[in-house]
Design a protein around this ligand. Structure first.
Ligand SMILES: [Zn+2]
Ligand SMILES: [Zn+2]
Length: 249
């Protein structure tokens, strides 16, 4: 399936203006961030557009493909692109980053340097998964645990969460309790760890040791599938829910 032939479809749960799953306590004043999710690539990866509502500066998180359609969506919403953020080096998340950078001149920010071998392998992954135009790149800035990113007037925390890939990072906006977790955690599941350098225990440790302490009320956009909250996953996720973790001890 060619990149150009694929349309970008905003997920039904997300309005054309963005805005999904804001915590109730933010309801008195408009939330400071906007969010819109666009599944891209045959793997239906949740490429996400996030922006500062005051400055309309936006970041594209994980542009796996469909770059022209993503740029059209940005223009339609009147946003100014500020950066490309990458959670990890897999094709479906990072395969369009080189093309997007070429067309916009933006910085590519992330992932953690331990994913360099995955980024170098993007062309080979593209051959395998039917995205032959996907290219490797060198991030403008690699990320480390504890880094902070600024987008307009909003600030984001970077958490290094290895396991699915060794250099996977998560982006967290503390004021709205909103996280972009890539393929670390899904609604009802967790990331695969059977790839090279995957580490199941490291993934469990990252989720329970780094994500859960951020709070049950945190809403997250995963790399694939619907949004959820950490609290919902703690209550019911068969891999990392509280019951599953207690049974595994
Ligand atoms: Zn992945
Ligand atoms: Zn993925």
């Amino acid at each position: 399936m060619s990149r150009t032939a694929r349309k970008v479809n905003a997920r039904a749960a997300v309005s054309a203006r963005g805005g999904v799953g804001y915590p109730a306590r933010m309801s008195q004043s408009p939330p400071p961030i906007g969010v819109a999710v666009f599944p891209v690539t045959p793997l239906q990866q949740n490429c996400t557009l996030v922006w500062c509502r005051r400055t309309l500066k936006a970041a594209i998180i994980d542009p796996g493909a469909s770059v022209d359609a993503l740029l059209a969506a940005v223009a339609k919403q009147g946003l100014t692109l500020d950066a490309i953020w990458i959670t990890h080096g897999h094709l479906d998340h990072a395969g369009g980053a080189a093309e997007l950078q070429e067309k916009t001149g933006l910085d590519i920010v992330g992932p953690h340097p331990d994913d360099q071998f995955w980024i170098e392998g993007i062309p080979a992954q593209g051959q395998m998964y039917g995205l032959p135009e996907a290219r490797a790149f060198t991030p403008t800035h690699w990320l480390a645990d504890g880094d902070r990113l600024t987008l307009g007037e909003t600030e984001w925390e970077v958490l290094h969460c290895p396991g699915h890939t060794p250099g996977h990072v998560v982006f967290f906006h503390r004021p709205t309790r909103f996280a972009f977790v890539g393929d670390v955690l899904f609604a009802g599941s967790i990331g695969r760890t059977d790839f090279p350098m995957g580490n199941h225990q490291a993934l469990l440790d990252a989720i329970t040791g780094k994500l859960w302490p951020l709070g049950d009320e945190v809403t997250f956009v995963p790399g694939h599938g619907p949004t959820s909250t950490f609290g919902r996953e703690r209550a019911s996720n068969p891999f990392v829910g509280d019951a599953a973790m207690a049974a595994g001890r």
